[in-house]
Ligand binder design. Structure first.
Ligand code: HPA
Length: 234
């Protein structure tokens, strides 16, 4: 047990999907996994373990933002021996060339979070995806005919940006394709523990064109994204 997880040792698989939303964690388990067991309910952050195509896989909700995600990622890595983690989520597009429903495979995550700044002092840590997972995800996406983008994203501490998008300009100039709120923590903490990590995130809204996924398309795109993440772990 950890302060935020009540699971017993061995309750989680070595491979785990990390959605932000507990309802989505439950939906993933119900939709894709067999022989599902609930392993965590502390604070409503549902964790579940089941089987996908004969392999043991877990799903754990992380909440939103780096502070919340970092708690779950640290505790999973410190106490439960997780080896491979794939965050499944949504992101805001920062480049009009990419459309809603495109899937971003986050190669690296820049961040404005104080979490990393405080840790690395004069250095800015380059938080990067595991190359093997990234390559496998790109291959699986191609096989499935999915539109994907491999590139740098920004993990922002603000969902509501009071500066009208101005902070994104310099990031866009440096090729940043999307914004979300958890990946820099995932990649940094995974690196610390020698675990493998990747973020797979559907573009749910474009901050340039203001296009948004309809609710039907959102559901279909979630199925595509979660299937891709699970097959990447296969
Ligand atoms: N900002 C941050 N995270 C997001 C966004 C966004 O616009 N869209 C989806 N996740």
């Amino acid at each position: 047990m950890t302060p935020h997880i009540e699971a017993a040792p061995g309750d989680y698989a070595e491979d785990i999907l990390l959605p932000g939303d507990p309802a989505r964690a439950e939906w993933i388990a119900e939709t894709f996994l067999e022989n599902v067991k609930i392993v965590n309910r502390v604070r409503g952050a549902t964790g579940l373990t089941g089987m996908y195509k004969g392999r043991r896989v877990s799903v754990q909700a992380t909440g939103m933002g780096m502070p919340s995600a970092a708690i779950y990622i640290n505790e999973l890595l410190m106490e439960y021996g997780i080896k491979r983690m794939i965050r499944v989520g949504t992101c805001g597009g920062l480049n009009a060339d990419y459309k809603v429903r495109d899937i971003v495979l986050a190669q690296a995550a820049s961040t404005n979070s104080a979490q990393n700044a405080a840790l690395f002092g004069q250095y800015q840590f380059a938080s990067i995806a595991d190359f093997g997972l990234l390559r496998k995800a790109a291959d699986e996406a191609e096989k499935a005919g999915l539109r994907t983008v491999v590139g740098g994203i920004v993990t922002d501490d603000n969902f509501y940006d009071p500066l009208g998008g101005a902070p994104y300009e310099v990031l866009k100039k440096h090729g940043t394709v999307a914004v979300e709120m958890e990946t820099a923590a995932l990649y940094t903490i995974a690196a610390r523990y020698g675990a493998k990590a990747l973020t797979v995130a559907t573009i749910s809204d474009c901050l340039i064109t203001h296009e948004q996924l309809s609710s039907d398309a959102r559901q279909e795109s979630l199925v595509e994204m979660v299937t891709l993440a699970l097959d990447t772990l296969g």
